[in-house]
Design a protein around this ligand. Structure first.
Ligand code: ZN
Length: 253
């Protein structure tokens, strides 16, 4: 039985924030992304009374005693309605304080889910449905998939022994035949590792403008994988300019 897997993010590369991020430590803005990540999280998020381990447990009852799978000593407790009401108010305040927050979150939603509408939220969160409908998404949709795809690809190619420079050269070559020519110069052990089919696969590999662009994608994806809270903060591949268009000065060495 896997009652804990009833709700999950539809985006398999994303780390499961409900498992790895302490919900009690989140800011209003982070809570907003957290709630949009896991449908019905306010009904299903249970925390261990002893160690704080979190699970999404659909169908758990308020008075049910389910032992924690992490420490074995504590029991899961649902966060109560008052806690979620307070959380919803903090999310709302965050949206008021930063007018770019909801438009950015809306763009992220559309990049992930296409034109799937926002689900209907219960009373405490109902303001979100209204605000959502009157918000325009901000800028171009952010395509997280592409960055994850590039990071997987780089992992695969480097495990075959191809250097980062060579990977960047291949991916920043648009012409498929030239890609193959570069690939053919690689040692036989690389070809054996990647398999016979790989030479034809080169046609379908994504194109990147430069090595720097590739490195930015890879760094971003690895950070998302190792720090689930990075996504709740809405970290981008390129750091955003500060509001008002002023870029902060570089820190002193
Ligand atoms: Zn525990």
């Amino acid at each position: 039985m896997s009652a804990t897997t009833g709700v999950s993010n539809t985006f398999p590369d994303d780390p499961d924030a409900s498992r790895h991020v302490d919900v009690l430590a989140l800011s209003g803005a982070e809570l907003l992304r957290f709630v949009l990540d896991a449908p019905k999280v306010w009904e299903a998020l249970a925390r261990c009374s002893r160690c704080g381990f979190q699970v999404l447990y659909l169908g758990i009852l308020r008075d049910q005693r389910v032992s924690c799978m992490n420490c074995g000593d504590g029991f899961y407790e649902l966060l109560d309605a008052a806690w979620w009401k307070n959380a919803a108010n903090r999310m709302r305040r965050a949206c008021r304080q930063d007018r770019t927050l909801l438009p950015a979150v809306k763009a992220e939603w559309e990049a992930r889910h296409g034109d799937v509408p926002l689900p209907s939220f219960p009373e405490s969160f109902a303001w979100l449905n209204t605000a959502w409908d009157t918000t325009d998404k901000r800028g171009r949709s952010f395509d997280a998939r592409r960055h994850y795809e590039l990071a997987h690809l780089v992992d695969r190619l480097s495990s075959g022994g191809i250097s980062m420079n060579k990977i960047a050269t291949i991916l920043s070559t648009a012409d498929y035949v030239v890609r193959q020519e570069i690939y053919d110069t690689l040692p036989g052990r690389v070809h054996r590792w990647l398999g016979e089919q790989f030479r034809t696969e080169l046609r379908n590999l994504p194109y990147v403008g430069s090595k720097e662009e590739l490195l930015r994608s890879v760094r971003w994806a690895h950070r998302q994988w190792t720090d689930p809270r990075a996504r709740l903060r809405g970290e981008r591949v390129r750091p955003r300019a500060k509001r008002g268009g002023i870029t902060p000065p570089a820190p002193r060495p």
